[in-house]
Ligand binder design. Structure first.
Ligand code: GLU
Length: 549
C-alpha cells in the first residue's frame, strides 16, 4: 500500500465513507438551471451585524427571485465564538426583518432540509473523509510544530520583514516524509493537518467577482491549517466541503472575505470541483466628523440589527433603506411604486454598490418617517402594541386599555393626502404622545413662549373655558379669535404685523398658551383634534391644575 494511504488510515482509522459516497448522498437539487442557491453562514454568536442583514437580504432575495434556495449554516468550528442560544438568537433576529430560510437549523436542536447536518460541529466525519482524501493524495500533511515554534517563526518573519505565514521554506513539516510522519504519530507526538498548497505567491490569478468584476490577486501559497488539534476543520476547509456538498451556487458575503478568495478557489481546484460564484458585498461605512470608516461593532450601536428593532424602526423601513443603498436603481423604482413591497423589486447584481456605501441614519429616519406616515392608524396601533409589549409594559397597558382613544390619537393628520411625518419609530409614539394619557401627564416643565406671565396665562385659560370653548370643529378657530379680540390680542396676523404696538400679542401667542397649558409642549399635532379627544372635563382639569399651582 502506498505510504500516503497508510498515513491517512493511521490518522483516520474510523473513516469509512469516501468523498464520492457523500457526493452521492447529497445530489444536485432539482432546480432550474438559473436558480440561485445561497446561504448565510454565521458563527453562533447571536449577534447580527447590519452588514450581515444586508448580505442575508441580498442572498435571500436572489434565491427567491430565481426560485432557488436560501439556507442557514452554522459555522461553529471555532468553539470560542459559540454562545448559549446563539442559533435561536440569529434565527429570531432575522425573522424580525422577515428573513427566513428554506433549509437549515430551526432551533438549537432541530433542522429542516436534505443537505444537513447544517451545523458544522455535527459534520465532523464528513470533513474527515475530505481531509483523508487530501492526505492520501499527498496534498495535505501532519504538522508537528508546537505553538512556541510557530511563534518563533512569526517573530523571525517579522524581524526579517518577510510575509507572515507557514509557506515555502518556512513550512518546516511540509517535506517530512510519510514514513517519518507515521513514526512520529505512533510515538504519540501531537499534530494538526495542513494543506500542502500548490500555489506560488509570485503568480497572479484572476477572479471574477459577481459584484466587483475582475480581480487580480496573488496565488495562495500558505499551507493553512485544515484540521485543528480538536479534530474540527478550520473555517476555510469547512467552506469548501459544505458549499460543495450543499451545492451553493453563489457565495454572497462581506468583503472581509475577499482576501481569502485565492485560497478558497485553490481548495475547490485541488478537488477538481467548480467553485461557486463569489459575490463580495462592500462594507457599510460611517462618516464621523469628516472621517469615513467602516461601521464598527465596538464603536457603533447602529451596527447591530437588534438596534433598529429596539428603537422600533419598522422592519420594512430598514429593508427599504438597505435596498436603497445596495441597488442604485431601487430608490427611483420605489418612488414610482410606493404601494408595493420592497420584495417586488427586481434586484440585480450589476446594480449593486461596488465601493462602501455610507450608512446614513438621517436618511433611514426619513424613510421610516415616510413609511410610518402612510400606515393606517389601526396598523400603527397594532405595531405599537407589539413593540411596547416587548419594551415598555406600562405604556403597553395604556395603549391596550385605551384602544379607540389611542387609534384616534394616532389618526390625527393621518390617512390624508399629506400626512404628518413626525414619527420615525415606535418609541417616538410615547415621546410624541405621552401627554395625552393622564396617567403620564405630570409635566415638570411647560414650554411657554411669548406669554409667560402667570396671571395672563390664567386669564387666557379661564376666559377661554368660560366663554369660548367649543367642541365644534368649524367654530373652533373663530372662537379662539374672539378670545383674542376680547383680551387685546390680534386675531388677524396681517393687522398685527402692520401695528404690533396696538396689541398685547397675537392669535399664535394665545393658541400657544392654550396648547402648552394642555400638553406642556409647544409643538404638537393639531390642537383642535387634541382638545376634541381629551374632552372638556379633562381640559378643564389640566388648566385648573396649572392655574391653581
Ligand atoms: N462563517 C463566516 C462568517 O462568520 C462565513 C463567511 C462566508 O460566508 O463564507 O462570516
Amino acid at each position: 500500500m502506498n505510504e500516503y494511504k497508510i498515513l491517512a488510515d493511521l490518522i483516520f482509522p474510523d473513516v469509512t465513507l469516501t468523498v464520492e459516497d457523500y457526493e452521492k448522498k447529497y445530489p444536485c437539487r432539482d432546480l432550474d438551471e438559473k436558480a440561485i442557491v445561497s446561504r448565510y453562514a454565521p458563527s453562533p454568536t447571536g449577534f447580527i451585524h447590519i452588514g450581515a442583514l444586508l448580505a442575508t437580504f441580498t442572498s435571500s432575495t436572489f434565491a427567491r427571485q430565481t426560485n432557488g434556495k436560501f439556507y442557514l449554516r452554522i459555522e461553529d468550528t471555532d468553539t470560542k465564538r459559540t454562545i448559549d442560544n446563539g442559533i435561536n438568537k440569529i434565527i429570531d433576529g432575522l425573522k424580525e426583518y422577515d428573513i427566513t430560510f428554506d433549509e437549515g437549523p430551526t432551533s438549537e436542536t432541530e433542522e429542516v432540509g436534505a443537505y444537513g447536518p447544517y451545523i458544522q460541529s455535527n459534520r465532523r466525519e464528513i470533513y474527515h473523509a475530505f481531509i483523508k482524501r487530501l492526505i492520501e493524495e499527498g496534498k495535505a500533511y501532519p504538522c508537528f510544530c508546537s505553538p512556541e515554534e510557530l511563534e518563533e517563526l512569526r517573530e523571525y518573519q517579522t524581524k526579517k520583514k518577510m510575509r507572515i505565514g507557514y509557506y515555502g521554506h518556512s513550512a518546516k513539516c511540509r517535506n517530512i516524509s510519510p514514513d517519518e510522519a507515521i513514526e512520529r504519530i505512533k510515538n504519540g507526538e501531537k499534530y494538526i493537518i495542513r494543506l500542502k498548497s500548490p500555489g506560488n505567491f509570485e503568480n497572479k490569478v484572476k477572479f471574477n467577482d459577481v459584484i466587483r468584476g475582475q480581480i487580480e490577486m496573488p496565488e495562495n501559497d500558505i499551507d493553512i491549517v485544515i484540521m485543528k488539534s480538536d479534530g474540527l476543520p478550520t473555517y476555510h476547509f469547512a467552506h469548501l466541503v459544505d458549499d460543495h456538498l450543499m451545492h451553493t451556487t453563489h457565495v454572497i458575503r462581506g468583503d472581509e472575505w475577499l482576501a481569502s478568495l485565492p485560497l478558497h478557489v485553490q481548495l475547490f481546484e485541488m478537488f477538481g470541483y467548480k467553485p461557486p460564484k463569489y459575490c463580495h458585498i462592500s462594507p457599510l461605512m460611517k462618516n464621523e466628523n469628516g472621517v469615513v470608516r467602516k461601521l464598527s461593532k465596538r464603536k457603533d450601536p447602529e451596527c447591530a440589527a437588534s438596534f433598529y428593532h429596539e428603537l422600533g424602526i419598522p422592519q420594512e423601513a430598514v429593508m427599504l433603506y438597505l435596498a436603497t443603498i445596495t441597488n442604485s436603481n431601487f430608490e427611483e423604482w420605489y418612488n414610482q411604486n410606493q404601494e408595493k413591497s420592497y420584495k417586488d423589486f427586481k434586484f440585480e447584481f450589476s446594480k449593486m454598490n461596488k465601493s462602501g456605501a455610507l450608512f446614513d441614519m438621517d436618511k433611514l429616519n426619513n424613510i421610516s418617517k415616510i413609511y410610518i406616515s402612510r400606515l393606517k392608524a389601526t396598523d400603527l396601533y397594532e405595531r405599537a402594541l407589539k413593540y411596547y409589549q416587548e419594551f415598555d409594559q406600562d405604556f403597553y397597558n395604556l395603549l391596550l386599555n385605551n384602544k379607540e382613544y389611542s387609534i384616534n390619537l394616532l389618526n390625527i393628520e393621518r390617512e390624508v393626502p399629506k400626512p404628518r411625518k413626525d414619527i420615525a419609530n415606535y418609541s417616538d409614539i410615547k415621546k410624541e404622545f405621552w401627554y395625552m394619557y393622564d396617567e403620564l401627564f405630570n409635566p415638570t416643565e411647560y414650554e411657554f413662549k411669548n406669554i409667560t406671565d402667570e396671571e395672563e396665562i390664567k386669564t387666557i385659560l379661564n376666559t377661554y373655558m368660560e366663554k369660548y370653548y367649543t367642541d365644534v370643529k368649524e367654530e373652533w378657530f373663530s372662537k379662539v379669535k374672539e378670545l383674542c379680540d376680547e383680551l387685546g390680542y390680534a386675531s388677524d396676523m396681517k393687522a398685527y404685523k402692520l401695528n404690533p404696538e396696538n396689541y398685547k400679542g397675537n392669535v399664535a401667542d394665545v393658541s400657544t398658551v392654550l396648547r402648552v397649558a394642555l400638553t406642556s409642549k409647544a409643538m404638537t399635532p393639531d390642537l383642535y383634534e387634541l382638545m376634541h379627544l381629551l374632552g372638556k372635563e379633562r381640559i378643564l382639569n389640566r388648566y385648573n391644575k396649572l392655574t391653581n399651582k
